[in-house]
Design a protein around this ligand. Structure first.
Ligand SMILES: [Zn+2]
Length: 391
């Protein structure tokens, strides 16, 4: 995980402009300076700042104005920023409190917890109902699921990314990973963004989601390549000797079956979107059409497994090769993988999570993951300004 953070500055000489009485219902525009009072501060540099008291001419009540980086709280935004930074870098809430005390800036574990949670809750966007385009149009939507442990249960977390730029768009808890849920989620996010294509792994739920959303679909070439490789390597020894006699049953020579499995592996690795490749897949599949489905509870024969696998890959073919020809309205292209999503899950959702025993509240899952993802999205610029999420 790379992070680049900008701590909120404390500027003891800089005060916000006073525009009128802050009390609800008064609306007084004229205020007078009343007195300057010292305010003790927990901060990495200052131990005290000056608060300015004003009095409203209309209602007579007084109020305080604090310098930049300070509010009514005893702790400066800068020290909260350090606490958040330590937490995000991997320390527990308690460890952050210990480290800060050792540095001479004591802050309780509870205060560290609230600083982190409030910052996470203040992250703009990264919610499914309010996805933002991060400075441009999102034409390729990448989506994936992960799960985290929370209060003794597994939560399904849906992550969406801009598949072209690689930035995180949303992190949400979904009720489950079922096709209907994925479909509703993908449709909601895609329509908010005006996305024109979905990128995902080869889970069936995402195929359904793409079809029901009317979105062209790219299935991650790396996933399919890996699955195909493993499937072919595992079945070839049995095919070579027609281990269950099922190849003889459909009149296919073992040498032909091995060649077919190898051809499937080659086609999936090359992904040439040609008529020849598609025809080759079809002819492999047709060779095993006579293989019988096993009776209920029975095991699948070699020939039947080849029949199913070749059908699956043949059906998958358009989704596997779409990136070769797809181009967005501004010439955007895709690399055919769902790596941006996997990175978002690995870095922004899972890396911090690995050193924990699980979350206690679903809100914490979202607050912490969104906070880290927002920091990650800012990596290309000067850094993530923590002042934006610290009250
Ligand atoms: Zn007033």
């Amino acid at each position: 995980m790379r992070l680049s953070l900008i701590l909120p500055p404390v500027q003891p000489e800089v005060y916000p402009e006073v525009v009128g009485c802050p009390y609800a219902g008064c609306g007084g525009r004229h205020v007078q300076h009343w007195q300057t009072v010292p305010k003790p501060l927990r901060d990495t540099v200052l131990s005290e700042v000056a608060a300015q008291r004003y009095r409203c001419v209309r209602c007579g009540r007084t109020f305080r104005v604090y310098p930049s980086g300070v509010n009514h709280d005893q702790t400066s935004a800068r020290l909260k920023g350090v606490a958040i930074m330590f937490y995000v870098l991997g320390m527990s809430y308690g460890a952050v409190a210990i480290a800060l005390a050792a540095l001479g800036w004591p802050l309780s574990k509870v205060a560290v917890y609230y600083a982190v949670q409030e910052a996470g809750a203040a992250v703009a966007g990264l919610r499914r109902e309010a996805v933002t385009r991060g400075g441009g149009r999102v034409v390729g939507l990448g989506a994936d699921l992960t799960s985290v442990r929370c209060a003794g249960q597994w939560l399904t977390v849906g992550v969406s990314v801009d598949a072209v730029r690689g930035t995180a768009l949303s992190i949400d808890i979904l009720p489950n990973g079922e096709a209907a849920t994925l479909s509703a989620w993908v449709q909601e996010v895609a329509s908010l963004l005006g996305a024109e294509l979905l990128v995902s792994d080869d889970a069936d739920g995402f195929k359904t989601a793409a079809d029901e959303s009317g979105l062209p679909h790219q299935v991650c070439k790396t996933h399919v390549g890996r699955n195909t490789e493993a499937w072919v390597a595992a079945i070839i020894p049995a095919l070579a000797v027609d281990a269950d006699g099922s190849l003889a049953g459909v009149g296919v020579d073992p040498g032909q079956a091995v060649a077919d499995a190898q051809a499937l592996r080659r086609l999936m690795a090359e992904r040439q979107p040609t008529a020849e490749a598609s025809a080759a897949l079809e002819s492999i599949h047709r060779r095993y059409l006579a293989a019988a489905k096993p009776p209920a509870g029975g095991t699948m024969s070699l020939a039947y497994r080849l029949r199913l696998f070749s059908l699956d890959r043949w059906n998958l073919w358009p989704r596997l090769t779409r990136y070769r020809s797809w181009e967005g309205p501004d010439g955007e292209t895709l690399d055919g993988t769902n790596n941006a999503c996997e990175r978002a899950i690995g870095w922004w959702v899972k890396e911090r999570y690995r050193s924990m025993r699980g979350y206690k509240r679903p809100e914490s899952v979202l607050n912490v993951s969104r906070l880290i993802a927002a920091m990650g999205n800012a990596l290309d610029g000067p850094g993530f300004p923590l002042a934006e999420v610290i009250a």
